[in-house]
Every structure is written in structure tokens, then in C-alpha cells.
Design a protein around this ligand. Structure first.
Ligand code: ATP
Ligand code: MG
Length: 188
């Protein structure tokens, strides 16, 4: 009976994983994800160091980074899950930690040697993601330009400019980067 074969004929969904801190999400990340979208049906995007915000290296909250990513990928023909992943500081347990927070996936895209090693050891298929215009498409460079009052807007998707403006991100970055008598980073 044709009906009996229905399940076995169902196409297997090709779902992959990609992680970054996205402080902020920039055109390099967008280019990588556009390329990945040609190969996969669905992409799980992990927001690394999700617990961090309001620091010079990590100015944006996980929620703000979700807005940046979701809005920037709206026009892409790719189903995405954006999942915050907080740090656990236990490399040997990190893949299990990721798995506990994400939909299942079969392969991971990265060019980070540690991420690659950890996924390989957990028997995932790891695929290399190339770097694009790294001197400019870099979170560090974008935050530097924000602080220096230089043009950073051209290095990120328009949706990211809107989110940064909405949350007054440059003003926040400036304030948490100030040196003063009172420590601007909370001790905990
Ligand atoms: P930061 O300088 O704050 O570390 P970043 O630009 O390195 O920011 P991350 O948020 O750390 O970006 O994200 C890391 C992921 O993004 C890695 O997989 C890295 O390879 C990828 N990535 C970063 N910049 C680029 C780029 N220009 N082209 C392609 N991939 C990039
Ligand atoms: Mg980085």
C-alpha cells in the first residue's frame, strides 16, 4: 500500500549548527550563513557567551543579539532557530551542553579549532566556514569603530544598525568602556 511507504519516503531534514558571540552580528556572519543556506534545510544558530552583556567585549544581551540575527535573516530562504548558549567553562562537557539546548543537528560549521575538535570528538561531521574580509568584518573592529566614532554601519546588515540604535548600543558601549573610580563592571 502506498500509505505504508509514506514515512520511509519522507525527506530527511538536513539541519546544521553554527555558533558565534555576535557582538554584534556582522556582514561576515551574514555571508557565512548565506553560503550555508545553499547546503542545508535548517540552521541552528547558537549565541555563545549568552549570559554576558554590558561589557566592552560583550555589550549586547542575548535578546538583543536574537533581534539582530532574526531580523537580518528574514529574507534568507532558510529556517533558523536562534538559541542562547551560556558558557559552562568545561570544554569536555560543552557539546552535551549545546545538545541540551538545541534541536538535533547532524553537522557543524566552524573554523574555530576548539569547536571543531569538540564536535569531531563527539562524532559530528564538521565543515569549515571561510573568513570574509576579516580585517573589517570583525566584532572587535566594529566595537572599536563604535567607540572611535568611525563608520561601523557599513560593516553590519541594516537590521543590526536599527537594533543598535533602538537600544542605544553605542552610548552603552561608551559608558561601560569608561575608566573611572567606580568599577563599571559589576563584581560577582
Ligand atoms: P569578536 O571580534 O568579538 O570575537 P568575531 O568577528 O570574531 O567577533 P564572533 O561573534 O566571535 O565574531 O563569531 C565567531 C564566529 O564567526 C566564528 O565561527 C568565526 O569564524 C565567524 N566569523 C567572524 N568573522 C567572520 C568573517 N569576517 N567571515 C566569516 N566568518 C566570520
Ligand atoms: Mg571572535
Amino acid at each position: 500500500m502506498a500509505g505504508n511507504n509514506h514515512k520511509s519516503k519522507k525527506k530527511q531534514i538536513n539541519r546544521a549548527f553554527y555558533i558565534g558571540r555576535f557582538q554584534p552580528f556582522h556582514n561576515g556572519h551574514l555571508k557565512v550563513i548565506s553560503e550555508i543556506s545553499k547546503d542545508v534545510d535548517e540552521l541552528v544558530i547558537g549565541i555563545g557567551s549568552a549570559q554576558l552583556s554590558h561589557t566592552p567585549e560583550n555589550p549586547f544581551t542575548a535578546g538583543e543579539r536574537i533581534m539582530m540575527i532574526s531580523r537580518s535573516l528574514e529574507k534568507l530562504d532558510l529556517y533558523t532557530y536562534v538559541i542562547p548558549i551560556s558558557d559552562i567553562y568545561r570544554n569536555a562537557l560543552w557539546v552535551a551542553h549545546v545538545e541540551s539546548m538545541t534541536p538535533p543537528f547532524s553537522h557543524a560549521y566552524t573554523n574555530n579549532p576548539l569547536v571543531s575538535r569538540l564536535f569531531s570528538e563527539a562524532s559530528y561531521d564538521v565543515r569549515y566556514s571561510p573568513m570574509y574580509n576579516r580585517s573589517a568584518f570583525s566584532g572587535t573592529e566594529i566595537r572599536r569603530r563604535m567607540l572611535a566614532g568611525e563608520n561601523w554601519q557599513q560593516l553590519v546588515p541594516p537590521a543590526v544598525v536599527n537594533v543598535v540604535e533602538e537600544v542605544r548600543g553605542v552610548e552603552r558601549l561608551n559608558q561601560v568602556s569608561m575608566k573611572g573610580d567606580i568599577e563599571s563592571v559589576l563584581e560577582y
